[in-house]
Write a protein of this length. Structure first.
Length: 312
């Protein structure tokens, strides 16, 4: 049993090479409770990382811990505690959804009778109770994604890994799937790592994020630390702001311009200590330079800003 403050997953300097080329290159991060988004472009190393966490292959360098276990040496134990939904849909087309979920539950160690009951329960939870005896191959992409989610949660795992769970879904289906993942995580107390290449998905439902780029972890942490208000201001002017910018810069502020839009932030010890002080200084500068202001708001950072920053 993990202590309350112990990370669910830790990675330290993890390297995995294929044919001499690194799929993961020194990845270091920690995953805590809740829903964590594993974010990166296709080919960034997300699926490779899932395989390592499950003990299906081993890192060439570095160390991993999943639920306090090393998947290199305790892969079977890890897989018994983890639910996994793969990205691909290449599951047996003629097998019924209920039989598939029941079989996976049995593979995870549940007795046949309990696995049968859990399969029905899981399919009802994902909205496929009436469709549970349909062959997998006859289902829509949205239904297949729900079946994969059901088989990942049927054995009551301690951790669920979802690889691109909205792949192939239209916008309405994507919204429904994200809401379902959030509900299942909260109602059943399941910790989830969800891989995605879509920033908006991670920002919408995740509590934390790990951002991968070319096999390296470029940013990781709780979403409240990665995004949100950053202490700066966004200022739209209705006149040429050159004099205003010079006035602010002379007082130690960091000013970035995009036409008549300014991003203003504290940049040193001589500048205001808080947002209200920064507001006052910007107001005084506008008055002193005769600059008209159309909008003055606190600047917020989104995952897109973080992603673009680390990609530069």
């Amino acid at each position: 049993m993990l202590e309350e403050d112990t990370p669910i997953v830790t990675a330290t300097g993890v390297v995995k090479r294929y044919g001499g080329r690194p799929a993961l290159d020194g990845a270091t991060f920690a995953v805590g409770p809740g829903i964590t988004g594993l974010l990166g472009a296709n080919g960034a190393g997300k699926t490779t990382l899932f395989g390592l966490l499950l003990g299906l292959h081993h890192p060439d360098e570095g160390a991993l811990s999943v639920l306090g276990l090393d998947p290199r040496h305790s892969g079977a134990e890890v897989r018994a505690l983890v639910g996994y939904s793969p990205e691909h849909h290449t599951l047996p087309p003629d097998i019924r959804a209920h039989d598939l979920v029941r079989h996976i539950a049995e593979v995870h160690g549940l007795p046949a009778r309990e696995a049968t009951a859990r399969a029905s329960d899981a399919l009802w939870q994902v909205g496929l109770g009436e469709e549970r005896f349909r062959p997998f191959g006859t289902m829509s992409t949205g239904q297949k994604q729900r079946v994969k989610l059901a088989q990942a949660i049927a054995h009551d795992p301690a951790l669920v890994l979802l690889d691109e769970p909205t792949d192939g879904l239209d916008p309405v289906q994507r919204d429904d799937m994200l809401a379902l993942i959030r509900r299942v995580s909260h109602e059943f107390g399941l910790d989830v790592v969800l891989s995605s290449h879509l920033l908006e998905e991670v920002e919408r439902i995740c509590d934390a994020a790990v951002i991968l780029a070319e096999g390296r972890v470029v940013r990781a942490g709780p979403l409240r630390e990665l995004v949100g208000a950053d202490g700066g201001l966004l200022v739209d002017t209705d006149t040429d702001p050159a004099g205003f910018v010079a006035w602010l810069a002379a007082r130690g502020l960091d000013v970035r311009t995009d036409g008549w839009r300014l991003q203003v932030a504290a940049a040193g010890a001589a500048v205001p200590a808080g947002p209200s002080d920064l507001y006052d200084l910007v107001r005084d500068g506008a008055v002193a330079t005769g600059t008209g202001i159309r909008r003055l708001v606190e600047r917020t950072v989104r995952l897109e800003d973080v992603f673009l920053e680390v990609a530069e």
